[in-house]
Design a binder for this molecule. Sequence first.
Ligand SMILES: Nc1ncnc2c1ncn2[C@@H]1O[C@H](COP(=O)(O)OP(=O)(O)OP(=O)(O)O)[C@@H](O)[C@H]1O
Ligand SMILES: [Mg+2]
Length: 434
Amino acid sequence: MAQVILENVYKSFPGRKGERTAAPVTTEQLLTPVDEATSLTAEKSSHKPSSVNILRRINLTVEDGEFMVLVGPSGCGKSTLLRLIAGLEQITGGNIWVGERLVNELPPKERDIAMVFQNYALYPHLTVYDNIAFGLRRTKMNEANEQTSEQPPQWLEDALVGITRSLPKGLRYLSEKEKLVDQQVRKVAQLLQIEPLLNRLPKQLSGGQKQRVALGRAIARNPQVFLMDEPLSNLDAKLRAETRSQIVKLQRQLGTTTIYVTHDQTEAMTMGDRIAVMNHGQIQQIAPPLELYNKPANQFVAEFIGSPPMNFLTVQVKAPLLIQHSLFRLTLPEVWEPVLQNYDGRFLTLGIRPEHLSISLPAPKNLPVQVELVEALGNDTYLSVSLPELPPLQVRVPPDRVVRIGEQIWLSMAVDKIYLFDPKTGMAIRPDSH
Ligand SMILES: Nc1ncnc2c1ncn2[C@@H]1O[C@H](COP(=O)(O)OP(=O)(O)OP(=O)(O)O)[C@@H](O)[C@H]1O
Ligand SMILES: [Mg+2]
């Protein structure tokens, strides 16, 4: 087991014609969270202008035994980051440590890392047993050779194993190395509950079973670190939820440091000890799931974590505590007073989650809206409501409240659940951030 440390990691690919940077400039300005100047200087000095920056200034420490989730929209660089850690891509700048070792220049097989890919590929002509044993045979072979000296030569052993493999179990030749492999394969198969499948070929398995075999192959090697790149993306919703909890349970049992990539925020919230949210090749925030939900560092994280996403409205601040909009005005709780005095008269972005809006009575502090869409899911009802000249808002209401399309309603905001963001930088302004 080991800690994984990424220190100022950069990755750029050679640019194609007319392509200079992965991030459009406007978004870049909005989302760069900390001292942009340093980042830009580093980029200028270390990269050729013709290259495309895919990852920028990635700093991340994954603790020994931790389950870290990397989450972010498609194309933000999640797979590239995993491939850098695995050694499948060369880093452009920075350092990667696995345990005590700086692995920047080490080939993949010397990094003691096992990776489960987005499109896991099992060897179609090998049984489940041999698929799991495959990587193991190569590594365990060397260990076994070191341990025992009074053994037949390797070539003879291999030949005997090969010739007798298809015979009934008692007649098969098992070398020392093969005994170790066998023990390990069976242990992993038991752990993943795939023992009855060991003699099947991949084509005889369901998607979920294949997935578990792919996991088994990674687990069998008993690596220091697991890297998993959207391993559940090919499964249907029910199986995904099941396998999700199996992976979490397994990881707790094995205690292996794990970095798990997904673009699904539910997966991220339910699996990770901590989550690193990425966008445009940069880490936006690293925090435990509920901290991300409760204290998003910027507007991107606020919108990305939570479903349906947070609603945003532009409002004007009137110190000490008033928030004004053409449709409503409300007073924030007193904790905001020290920070709001710095923003008197300024326009800020107010954020409110769908679950923190509720149907209420006409009042100056409430929002008059018209219902455009009703989605009754049974346990919850989601509304899409419109305001004059503004994008629609999403609202979550209890299922027993009957709402009709076209109905005019008033919405109240839970004042202690209001977020404010600086519209220029996108950074969160918090009551405790003065
Ligand atoms: N070998 C390559 N050469 C050039 N560009 C690449 C290469 N590999 C990836 N990219 C680019 O790097 C960016 C990040 O890709 P990456 O696969 O890491 O995204 P991702 O976050 O894993 O997305 P997804 O969720 O869709 O899997 C993309 O814009 C992609 O086009
Ligand atoms: Mg990917």
